[in-house]
Design a binder for this molecule. Structure first.
Ligand code: NAP
Length: 282
């Protein structure tokens, strides 16, 4: 019987922090964890997951750009994964992959728990409509935001996400080109990977913000600098990066695989030391 293995699949993936997070959780809970990284393109994901299962793979995290592809490969999906249309956690059950999505819960737990922020009644703007946006949108709506406007470089994906959410009175799509005429928001979430390509996507109008705006970047480390710098220049009240979400969603994946949720503070402190919040609002 091969050893139980865990891994994160993505492209690129070499710099993922997930192996360190799961190693910390395992040490804390006295559970031996073998957790690797697997670099794979979307078209090859099915084959790579089957190979992984043959080698003892029983649990996997899925990151960009594979979350929607992984959703399509699952034999069974949790209710929240179905609402998201994307998965970030796979569990091998009786020779099949079961999919779940812990991203949204991880984000909301970080914002409301660690940062003590109240999301209720906020008018929210989501930049991006990829796997991460799919993962967090239902949880933000459940957390009580008043309205969610989704804009994406490729507008059809924003339309598809808004349709999938199925709440025409609370979730809509708009064109990126129209950002200057959308009014102001109390929550702005950057769920794009734009900063990885050195683009000018964060030359955003300051009219999007007001004195209460919370700006959240799902990215962390250097990739969060452009959006958080914009948030600071625009005078946002709070600015948060995605490091806490990363740790919280990992803890929920750990619970799905090992049956217990670790304390996230030690892993968060360990990672914050090497990924300082480089740009903060006053
Ligand atoms: N902190 C965490 O735990 C956590 C969890 C999940 C994701 N993330 C981060 O969130 C980001 C998005 O991840 P994902 O899984 O959603 O990736 P994805 O599925 O590949 O989607 C990428 C998104 O970014 C947009 N985008 C890419 N380049 C852009 C540009 N130059 N200008 C404007 N938009 C651009 C894409 O728009 P198009 O549709 O037009 O291509 C799409 O909406 C990643 O950087 C990831 O690291 C963090």
């Amino acid at each position: 019987m091969p050893m139980s293995r865990y891994a994160v699949f993505g492209h690129p993936i070499a710099h993922s922090l997930s192996p360190r997070i799961h190693a910390q959780f395992g040490k804390q809970r006295d559970i031996a964890v073998t957790y690797a990284t697997v670099d794979v393109e979307p078209a090859d994901l099915g084959e790579a997951l089957e190979r992984f299962a043959q080698q003892g793979g029983v649990g996997a995290n899925i990151t960009l750009p594979l979350k929607e592809a992984a959703y399509a490969l699952c034999s069974q999906l949790s209710e929240r994964a179905q609402r998201c249309g994307a998965v970030n956690t796979l569990t091998r059950v009786e020779g099949q992959w079961h999919g779940d999505n812990t991203d949204g819960q991880g984000l909301v737990r970080d914002l409301t728990g660690r940062h003590g922020l109240d999301l209720r009644a906020r008018r929210a703007l989501m930049l991006g409509a990829g796997g991460a946006a799919h993962g967090v949108a239902p949880a933000l709506l459940d957390a009580g935001i008043r309205e969610l406007i989704i804009v994406n470089r490729t507008s059809e994906r924003a339309d598809a996400l808004a349709d999938k959410l199925g709440m025409p009175k609370r979730a809509h799509s708009r064109y990126w080109e129209d950002l200057g005429s959308l009014g102001d928001f109390e929550l702005i979430v950057n769920a794009t990977s734009a900063s990885r390509g050195g683009s000018d996507a964060f030359d955003l109008p300051f009219s999007l913000t007001n004195s209460r705006t919370l700006a959240v970047d799902l990215n962390y480390g250097e990739a969060s600098i452009p959006f958080l710098a914009w948030a600071r220049a625009a005078g946002c009240h709070d600015a948060v990066d995605g490091l806490g979400m990363l740790v919280e969603q990992a803890a929920d994946s750990f619970r799905l695989w090992h049956g217990e949720r670790p304390d996230t503070d030690p892993a968060y402190a360990m990672l914050r030391e090497i990924n300082p919040l480089l740009v903060t609002a006053d």
